[in-house]
Unconditional design. Structure first.
Length: 533
């Protein structure tokens, strides 16, 4: 009963992605409309791709391959996100002191947090799995067996990647807890693991080709790489009790072992990570206090807060790294290979410069840092509100933080692109102006969203960065603006030249950003003042 009560308490407090501020007299239906709409929109997008793949595979009798592909995507997605997410959910929750002071077994605490971790993964995995199932049903019309086994695999599929990610997060936390600069070491080690996975993923095609040569079918290939997917495909085609039992055990046993073995060192790791001694050198530096201007001091605070959170870093730095990766690929594969990509009637008017600008826009519009910055202040927001500082200064510091985080990697990448491709001077100015404008636009939108949908009482950073309504809506806003730009480019291709269209887009984005900034300065102070923990 203690475990159940603890689980209920944790979930009622933490798993509140779909809770957002609404009018007091709003019905439950109205409060659910926006989250449900976003879920359906994402599911529809995934289903569109699933339908396209299944439509090609159906004539060959290989529709099930579409299911294997989407399940593989879910596994990879769960594993890669879990590496850094596990550290926040399992180890650095704000309620550590409270839980470990209660008469509750440590295995129960670890089990409850692991269940919470899994439920969080289910929430996102369903957006990929359900559309794939619906498309398969549409093409194949399977029997009852498919529905039952599909429900089972939906429950089981994230367990192994979550456990593996938890083990890696566990190792990173264990090593970092023994280091002097714990946060820095933890961030670097997690970053190395993520980069290693990205490099592995970029070469997975060659590996797949080598393995596939020795496999009699795609099903055999997937069974060798990841047994649960292969077992699932076998079971929906023909039920086998032995395969069914193996599928269940191969997922449940690692879960039990992780909890039983992990509890032995769980409390020790958390204690070591929190504890630390202050060196004499650091004590001596306390007396050397430098006076900074309010904007500089607040910006330093924002940047320091950003780099102190692994989940915050790796959830928001993907965009700039995507631009860097694209730039590196141009150097590796050469400009000619990318010029070949944009040739043909379907790519009329598109050059390597336009393609690069589109990638920069896509990456930056999907990078939302400021949408979590207010929520991450937590209880300290009450202190900030009492300072003799203008609210404009507080908002400006958060905008500057976005520029400081995103611009260095992005600008270095763009300079390298300019050196390699040698575009005309007009495009260079357009690229640089658009880059800065997108970051400013996203920063202002993120602050407005966070003021509208704050989440100041979260027990860890994951809930703010990954589970908050402000972060979700900011990403969708960026997606919408980017989609409108692409749609406008396609519709006006015969009327406006690409150069003129980009120039007009810059002017329009500048105008919108200024309007939003004015709204922030007008309504933001009152909204910020009303925030309480």
């Amino acid at each position: 009963m203690k475990t159940f009560s603890l689980l209920k308490a944790v979930l009622s407090q933490d798993m509140n992605l779909f809770k957002y501020k609404a009018k007091a007299n709003s019905s439950k239906l109205k409060k659910m409309l926006l989250p449900v709409f976003l879920f359906i929109l994402l599911g529809f997008s995934v289903g569109f791709y699933a339908y396209g793949i299944a439509d090609l595979l159906k004539p060959m009798g290989l529709t099930y391959v579409m299911l294997t592909l989407f399940l593989a995507v879910v596994v990879i997605f769960t594993f890669m996100e879990g590496i850094y997410k596990s550290q926040d959910i399992l180890f650095t929750s704000k309620d550590n002191d409270l839980l470990f002071s209660l008469p509750i077994r440590r295995s129960n605490i670890l089990f409850v947090r692991l269940i919470k971790f899994l439920l969080f993964e289910y929430l996102y995995n369903l957006m990929f799995i359900i559309p794939a199932f619906i498309v398969y049903i549409y093409f194949e019309g399977p029997g009852v067996n498919f529905y039952l086994i599909s429900i089972l695999i939906t429950i089981l599929i994230p367990i192994i990647p979550t456990i593996l990610a938890g083990i890696l997060g566990y190792i990173v936390k264990l090593l970092s807890s023994k280091m002097k600069h714990k946060k820095l070491f933890q961030t670097l080690l997690t970053g190395i693991l993520i980069v290693g996975l990205l490099v592995f993923s970029s070469n997975i095609g060659d590996l797949a080709t080598a393995v596939a040569k020795h496999a009699t079918s795609i099903n055999d290939f997937l069974t060798k790489i990841y047994y649960p997917i292969g077992a699932y495909i076998s079971l929906i085609e023909k039920f086998d009790i032995v395969i069914f039992i193996k599928l269940v055990l191969i997922n449940i046993i690692p879960l039990v072992l992780f909890v039983l073995i992990g509890q032995k060192y769980y409390f020790k790791i958390i204690s070591n990570f929190k504890s630390g001694t202050v060196s004499k050198k650091k004590i001596a530096k306390v007396t050397e206090i430098k006076a900074n201007k309010p904007l500089v001091a607040l910006t330093k605070k924002e940047v320091k807060r950003y780099f102190s959170s692994i989940i915050y870093i790796f959830n928001t730095i993907v965009g700039p790294f995507m631009i860097a990766f694209m730039t590196a690929m141009i150097y590796v594969k050469g400009v000619s290979s990318f010029n070949n990509m944009v040739q043909g009637e379907d790519m009329k008017g598109i050059t390597i410069e336009i393609l690069y600008l589109a990638i920069v826009g896509f990456a930056l519009f999907f990078t939302s840092i400021s949408s979590s910055s207010i929520s991450l202040e937590g209880k300290t927001i009450n202190i900030t509100k009492t300072l003799p500082i203008k609210y404009k200064t507080i908002f400006d510091s958060k905008i500057l933080m976005c520029l400081i985080v995103e611009l260095p990697i992005t600008l270095i990448s763009e300079i390298l692109f300019i050196i390699k491709v040698k575009p005309n001077i007009l495009f260079i100015f357009q690229l640089l102006f658009m880059t800065v404008l997108i970051i400013l636009f996203n920063a202002v939108v993120g602050i407005l969203m966070n003021l509208k949908y704050p989440k100041l009482n979260a027990s860890n950073d994951t809930e703010v960065v990954k589970q908050s309504m402000s972060a979700t809506l900011s990403l969708f806003t960026g997606f919408g603006v980017f989609a409108l730009y692409v749609f406008g480019f396609a519709m006006l291709a015969d009327i406006l030249s690409p150069s003129l269209y980009i120039s007009l887009s810059i002017v329009l984005l500048l105008f919108i950003t200024l309007i939003l900034y004015k709204i922030l300065l007008k309504k933001g102070p009152k909204a910020y003042q009303q925030l309480n923990v």
